[in-house]
Design a protein around this ligand. Structure first.
Ligand SMILES: Nc1ncnc2c1ncn2[C@@H]1O[C@H](COP(=O)(O)OP(=O)(O)OP(=O)(O)O)[C@@H](O)[C@H]1O
Ligand SMILES: O=C(CO)[C@H](O)[C@H](O)COP(=O)(O)O
Length: 407
């Protein structure tokens, strides 16, 4: 722990090692403070206590932020991510059946919709959308994410998407990795600063529309007109409050219509770009062939089966919102997923544990949306990157005991 924010004497006892200034003092826990007492002066309290050395908190949670509009693939991404760590992600056992939380051995995914301060009726009455910061409680979001990061359990509210109401809270215990996914993980600077890594799923309007139609018409029985109207109604707030968060993301997965078919308006073949910020702690970008070069690659031929319109990769350095980034791009889709190994062997810095791990993960989830294109490929790679980041943070903590400020 960098500094002891004390939520309870219990968390203090488990997270901090305290060295007393001399043999003439000893310590105790009083309310939420560490208090030093003089051994020689009848246990009188010693004012202005000493520096405390906190344990290199193996209890501290790594926090990942995933931002995107609704229906843009966050759940699919989460399923790929938790699969990288093994085990299955499930709602809290015995809890609210409409909980938005998913828990696995390593990760807990909480949905930031749970911090809506206005329920569906409240938003309607006030004339605000769920994307509007006024409909969300950022103070509570900050307090609770910070508490979890510091190893303290919280009672998190639940927004019930079935009823549109705020349900009684559920207990969230600190996991190894906490993923906060939703509309606003990078909106509030205090929450943003708690993130060890952040991702933005940037789905272009054309593609978002195609996905929404596919899901909301086919699976939820909505009409084409109502889908169009809902997208239009959200757009001003999306542009004002959601989209700007991408400038803060460490990795952006941008999904655009293909450039391989002139004037394509079907939105089925996708051009996907993985935009990776340079210089992010514990994150080293993936590259194609040669780090820092500019490359264009058409892998179709003897080793990769491609039907029309083919597949094109690109890689190179660039600038994004004034930051130095490197971008890997894939336009087109795979015909045979097992042949992905050929592409994988030309990508470097994948953070995989063995040769072929990316292909193995993609084959394992071949039925997930986007498994035949760059969305699935880049989501899988970002999943491996997060695993590596987590392992590096844990290893660093184990090596470096941190001196914390005085209580
Ligand atoms: N990579 C993809 N390729 C094609 N379609 C996709 C892809 N990802 C998501 N979709 C489509 O978008 C729909 C929503 O995906 P998903 O449930 O993962 O999004 P979400 O952001 O979690 O949505 P919500 O926030 O509304 O629950 C899917 O049912 C699917 O139709
Ligand atoms: O943008 C959203 C994030 O998922 C939802 O629209 C928001 O949470 C409100 O939910 P509902 O439409 O179920 O009242």
């Amino acid at each position: 722990m960098a500094a002891c924010t004390v939520y309870s004497t219990q968390s203090l006892k488990t997270n901090c090692f305290i060295s007393t200034p001399s043999s003439k003092t000893h310590y105790g826990f009083h309310s939420k403070q560490i208090v030093l007492y003089s051994t020689s002066k009848r246990n009188k309290r010693v004012n202005n206590p000493y520096v405390i050395t906190c344990a290199a908190g193996d209890t501290q949670t790594v926090v990942i932020g995933l931002a995107a509009d609704s229906g843009c693939g966050k759940s699919t991404f989460m399923r790929r991510l938790t699969s990288v760590f093994g085990g299955t992600a499930e709602p809290p056992k015995g809890g609210n059946p409409d909980s938005n939380t998913l828990i696995s051995d390593t990760t807990t995914v909480i949905c930031l919709d749970d911090y809506h301060s206005l329920d569906r009726t409240g938003r309607k009455e006030k004339g605000v959308t769920a994307l509007d910061p006024r409909a969300n409680d950022f103070d509570l979001m900050y307090e609770q994410v910070k508490a979890i990061k510091d190893g303290v359990s919280v009672q998190k509210p639940i927004y019930n998407h079935v009823t549109g109401l705020l349900d009684p809270p559920e207990l969230i215990k600190p996991p190894k990795i906490l993923v906060i996914e939703g509309l606003h993980p990078m909106y509030d600077a205090r929450v943003r600063d708690l993130l060890d890594f952040s991702i933005y799923l940037d789905i272009s309007n054309e593609v978002k529309f195609a996905w929404k139609i596919q899901r909301d018409m086919a699976e939820r029985g909505h009409s084409l007109e109502s889908i169009k109207a809902s997208i239009e109604a959200r757009k001003p707030d999306f542009d004002a409050y959601i989209d700007p968060q991408k400038q803060y993301a460490d990795a952006v997965i941008e999904v655009l219509p293909t450039e391989l078919i002139p004037d394509d308006n079907e939105g089925k073949i996708l051009r996907v770009r993985l935009i990776q910020k340079e210089g992010v702690k514990n994150f080293s970008p993936v590259y194609l062939f040669d780090d820092g070069s500019t490359i264009s690659w058409i892998p179709c031929g003897r080793k990769l089966t491609c039907s029309y319109p083919g597949i094109k990769f690109a890689y190179g350095p660039d600038a994004y919102f004034g930051n130095e980034v490197s971008i890997v791009e894939m336009d087109g889709q795979f015909d045979r997923l097992d042949e992905l190994i050929y592409v994988e062997s030309h990508l470097s810095n994948l953070s995989s544990k063995f040769y072929g791990e990316v292909t193995q993960q993609m084959l394992k989830h071949a039925d997930f949306p986007g498994s035949n294109n760059g969305t699935g490929l880049f989501q899988t790679i970002v999943g491996l990157k997060i695993r590596e980041l987590y392992e590096q943070i844990v290893a660093t903590r184990a090596e470096t005991p941190v001196k914390a400020a005085k209580a």
